[in-house]
Design a protein around this ligand. Sequence first.
Ligand code: FE2
Ligand code: FE2
Length: 327
Amino acid sequence: MNTDNVTETEIHYRPINPRLLGNDFKFNFNLYYRTRVDGQLKYLKFADQSNQHKDKVLNLIDSGDLEEELFVREMDMVDYYQQATEVMQDFIVDTGISVKEKTGRVYDLSIDIMDQFFKYQAPANLLKMADPVMEMMDQVFSQKTVGFAGLGEILNKDYYTYTHSVNVGLYCMTYATKVGMSSGESRELGMGGMLHDVGKVTVPMEILNKAGKLTDPEFAEMQKHPEAGRDMLNSMGCFGNRISQMAYEHHEKFSGSGYPQGLHGEDISFEGRICKVMDVYDALTTRRPYKAPMTPFKALEIMNKDMAPEFDVSILKRFIQFLGEEA
Ligand SMILES: [Fe+2]
Ligand SMILES: [Fe+2]
């Protein structure tokens, strides 16, 4: 599409964190700033793709507070994150930086991507970034065993759909690695975990963020997210079946009383059953405005007793065993 012919009001702009671009950026997109002209918000070009604007951007980064300062066009978001990923690639191979710091940085980038996705309701092509960020995580994890204990130190314990998504991705990937799956398979599990709730982007915010119990119609709306997620991922054509299945099946229960299909036992895919355990564990151990986080011990106790029929017990048992070994 030739954007020069598109009127400004038709272009959407998204705030970015220019720090993610690093010091040596070669961006192939323009950066914009926002200003008010005659009472109307306007986006004006701050820097284009030529090198002469680089200093201007670096000075701005040095100046400190950058919140909502710079924007890129929505259609350039993937390029922006690709640039951020390249910067991160150099960072994660630096032997002078600790694995904890590297994991933290890749985690923050992943969180940023999922936050953008949920906050601005797509575009879905942002989700393609799940692949490079999980690949980087896998790369960092292979430098030193991080394990569940290492994850516990890094993961954000405040529950938001975007933090929860990345957390579940990392739990799934770590579980897969621990049970001896190949690096490719583990990464796929990680991506599936990270994308399991993407269908929630179609659920109205007031239902998604409601503090109290959902009414029946609200719950019915919420229950559409597994199918919406599967359809979104399938329509992108770049994710394998296992990944979209994790989105579709993570609310199925081993006992058969889950949704949307009411699948029973091993009719639920192995990946779906893993995702279910990690999804519940993260939900219980994170803080919400109306609920304190449970300790890992308490969460596992509840999962192992009252909630046990929901899970594939062999997966749950191994998960508990891994957590125990590392404690
Ligand atoms: Fe879900
Ligand atoms: Fe979830």
